[in-house]
Design a protein around this ligand. Structure first.
Ligand code: CMP
Length: 357
């Protein structure tokens, strides 16, 4: 049997399989399970392990072949997913054997673009994250020290040392508030209030740094992808760097499946399209439809004249497009009149070629 399809198993399928395995591991820790159910769940774990074994074999083949289908991370995760449960089976007691399958928690990471993105965000935001973490440490230690001074004589069993007071400080700073250690003195309660408010601020800072990092990373990725797409359109190759950056920001990429109608004759049109890849057909009233390919544009006539679309445009193949909305076309017209002129002239020529229906 070829293991190839297993390597290509989608991230979602991989995640589902790992989730099924982990639920099974969790279920096996319940002592109330009957022997039959336990056997069935263990069978499920064995089945998942067998799938992972096949996946590992294919990952290793791809890895050695260096055909770019398997990375070191995937190879290591796939190896651990097989070896660790096997080690559990061979060396752990019956009670704990299945717990080793907990290593399958790593499986969703093997190919995840999200975790790669998270890694980049954390790496870029590291100085700020370290700064906020230091602040957390300073507040934590300061609060523990003061709580120790205030409460040690009143509650020596709970605040009798700084490490003991630190537990209270962590619980309060994170605003978890288990309630197992509560300051009894007035000063202690004032301190608790201040620590809680500091905690909210510190966690908000962490969240803010990460959220900004995600936003900037996604925007950077979009910008790089758009840059490559825009660079593929000959019309924009004559733009200066500032205007090029402006147009990269303005154009929105879009992929249209083969056979889909991109714009319909008679509709209002507020955007024009540049073809990066693929072909479209324009159903003009003339007997032969016009076909446009990479580097061409369409939809400019309605955008310029404000009249309805002059023809229906259909994707002949899957098409990668860049859309330019009318307000951005105005911006392009004022910053780069020569490009706008090319587009206007093309619209006029096409209008002349398109007989009235
Ligand atoms: P618009 O009228 O906005 O929407 C349909 C588009 O098809 C139109 O803009 C042009 O971009 C394009 N189009 C119409 N007629 C022709 C033609 N004869 N040759 C090439 N493209 C055309």
């Amino acid at each position: 049997m070829s293991a190839r399809p297993l390597l290509r198993m989608s991230d979602a399928a991989n995640g589902l399989l790992a989730a099924a395995g982990l639920v099974a591991v969790a279920a096996l820790t319940a002592s109330s399970l009957g022997a039959g159910v336990r056997l069935a769940i263990e069978g499920l774990l064995a089945g998942i392990w067998a799938v992972y074994l096949l996946q590992l074999s294919d990952t290793l083949i791809a890895f050695w072949a260096r055909d770019g289908r398997a990375s070191v991370t995937e190879a290591v995760i796939d190896l651990l997913a097989v070896v660790v449960p096997l080690a559990g089976l061979l060396f752990a007691g019956t009670r704990d054997q299945s717990l080793y399958c907990g290593v399958w928690l790593l499986k969703p990471l093997r190919h995840s673009t999200f975790f790669r993105l998270l890694g980049r965000v954390v790496a870029r935001a590291a100085p700020n994250l370290v700064g906020v973490t230091s602040l957390f440490g300073i507040v934590l230690f300061g609060a523990s020290l003061i709580a120790y001074l205030i409460e040690r004589d009143v509650q020596p069993d709970k605040f009798g040392s700084i490490p003991q007071a630190m537990w209270w400080a962590v619980v309060t700073l994170s605003t978890t508030g288990y309630g197992d250690e509560i300051p009894m003195t007035f000063a202690g309660r004032v301190l608790a209030g201040l620590v809680m408010m500091s905690g909210i601020g510190i966690f908000a800072l962490w969240a803010g740094i990460l959220a900004t990092g995600f936003f900037e990373e996604v925007r950077r990725q979009d910008f790089v992808r758009n840059w490559q797409l825009v660079a593929a359109v000959p019309l924009f190759q004559r733009l200066g760097s500032a205007a090029f950056v402006e147009i990269v920001r303005a154009l929105r990429p879009r992929v249209v499946p083969s056979g889909a109608i991109i714009c319909r004759k008679g509709e209002a049109g507020d955007q024009m399209f540049f073809i990066v890849e693929g072909r479209v057909t324009i159903a003009t009233p003339s007997p032969t439809p016009v076909e446009l390919g990479p580097g061409s544009f369409f939809g400019e006539m309605a955008l310029i004249s404000g009249e309805p679309r002059s023809a229906t445009v259909t994707a002949e193949t899957e098409v990668s497009l860049l859309s330019l909305y009318s307000e951005d076309f105005q911006m392009l017209s004022s910053s780069n009149p020569e490009i706008a002129e090319v587009i206007r002239k093309t619209a006029e020529t096409r209008r002349g070629r398109t007989p009235e229906a």
